[in-house]
Write a protein that binds this ligand. Structure first.
Ligand code: PMP
Length: 442
């Protein structure tokens, strides 16, 4: 090996890190080497309280014995099985359990390997379904500003994050965006669901008037937009969205990659809001982050349109080498067992008030312009420093890491979504640390 090759493998250069300012990170790297329950262990031996469930995914906490054992057993027994024209029992068992967890009629499950794949799968199913029922003119897709739907071309097209779009130029054509619902002027420091802003949904009516309903296939929204700063839908917004879609033959997709698997105190956000979409995308908490896996739920109507449709539609020309991967299925089944045995899918409901009170107690810290929460998710919005829109929150992130707490930041917003196993004492610890961090930064 040449000496430069050796250097590359021994240093940090080779790994091009995702969504990370590589140069900055590599000057001052932060490494986790182990994790257990609510804590990470850093490479210098410190314990860090996980305030974000990894990246909104480790809902059962870390290295939980049942999940670890299931993965170990599965890899030794059946490491891989093709999902095209072949099956293995755990895929069917998992799909049936997931279907039972989701309200009817969302009874069918298509497996993917990530949230991004789930989103692109749902968009493709929506387009194919419209064709299958003779509505092939419905090709437009509607998303929302500040929506995050992963990194595939479908996802960044319907997504509404400027940086994720402008870097790449070409997007899907025929995509419109509704406005987001973030309205701090009227809703700042709302506890739970904000009162104001349901009228933003009328943007969909404007888009329908512009293009005609007969051209629109589907609308996709996150029930609670997570990655862009925990934007909670105003009262009545999702109900009205469902009604407009119904009146116009438009499919409604909920992206529940973050809200799925107990984040709001119900298994899914669709349960929490009592609004049932036609398709639901999930990932993350499905395996508690242990093995990459995603799942798209669809209604019986959609599934049956293919099963009984024209011959060329009977097979959906879509799928992944690792769809329903046996190890991911084993991890997901053990995760569901853990959620059930420990009551984790409803635990956020029990802790929600305590969480809300703790979070809003930070209101008197410096530079805070909004605090919002729902279930076991929350955000603290900081006043940006002129010309440096992410600096203040990122300083908080670095300081929190030093003080033993993992938070996530987006722009000048701190986002929190701890594992659902968090105790009240750990909630206290989280907010005590955060209070000291917020006082320590400029
Ligand atoms: N949709 C939503 C709502 C998400 O929050 C995310 C990830 N944060 C994704 C899609 C993409 O998931 P992944 O990173 O697993 O592709």
């Amino acid at each position: 090996m040449s000496s430069s090759k050796t250097a590359a493998t021994n240093n940090l250069e080779a790994f091009w890190m995702p969504y990370t300012a590589n140069r900055q990170f590599k000057q001052d790297p932060r490494m986790f080497v182990a994790a257990k329950d609510m804590h990470y262990t850093t490479s210098d031996g410190r314990q860090v309280l996980d305030g974000t469930a990894g990246l909104w995914c480790c809902n059962a906490g870390h290295s939980r014995p049942k999940i670890v054992e299931a993965v170990q057993k599965q890899v030794a027994e059946l490491d891989y099985a093709p999902a095209f024209q072949m099956g293995h029992p755990k895929a069917f068992e998992l799909a049936a359990r997931l279907a039972a967890l989701m309200p009817s009629p969302l009874d069918h499950v298509f497996f993917t390997n990530s949230g991004s794949e789930s989103v692109d799968t749902a968009l493709k199913i929506a387009l194919a379904y419209q064709r299958a029922i003779g509505q092939g003119t419905r090709t437009r897709l509607i998303g929302r500003e500040r929506g995050y739907h992963g990194t595939g071309f479908g996802g960044i097209s319907v997504g509404g994050i400027v940086a994720n779009r402008r870097t790449f130029g070409t997007m899907l054509t025929g995509v419109d965006h509704m406005r987001h619902t973030h309205d701090p002027e009227r809703n700042a420091f709302s506890r739970g669901i904000p009162e104001n802003g349901a009228e933003y949904v009328e943007d969909l009516i404007r888009i329908i008037q512009l293009h005609d309903a007969s051209t629109i296939a589907a609308v996709i929204v996150e029930p609670v937009a997570g990655s862009t700063g925990v934007l909670i839908p105003p009262k009545g917004y999702l109900e009205r969205l469902r009604k407009i879609c119904d009146d116009n033959g438009i499919l409604l997709i909920f992206d529940e990659v973050i809200t799925g698997f107990g984040r709001l105190g119900t298994p899914f956000a669709t349960d929490f809001f009592g609004v049932t979409p036609d398709l639901v995308t999930t990932a993350k908490g499905l395996t508690s982050g242990v093995i990459p896996m995603g799942a798209v739920y669809c209604s019986a109507d959609i599934y049956n349109a293919f099963m009984t449709g024209p011959d060329h539609m009977i097979e959906l020309f879509h799928g992944y080498t690792y769809s329903a991967h046996p190890i991911a299925c084993a991890a997901a089944l053990a995760t569901l067992d853990t959620y059930e045995e420990e009551g984790l899918l409803t635990r956020a409901a029990d802790l929600a008030q305590y969480w809300e009170d703790g979070l809003h107690s930070l209101k008197d810290c410096p530079n805070i312009i909004d605090i919002r929460n729902l279930g076991l998710i929350g955000a603290i919005e900081l006043e940006g420093i002129a010309g440096e829109p992410t600096k203040r929150a990122f300083s908080a992130f670095l300081k929190a890491y030093d003080e033993g707490l993992l938070i996530r930041t987006t722009g000048d917003i701190i986002a929190l979504s701890p594992p659902l196993i968090i105790s009240k004492d750990q909630i206290d610890e989280l907010f005590t640390t955060l209070r000291s961090v917020l006082h320590a930064i400029d």
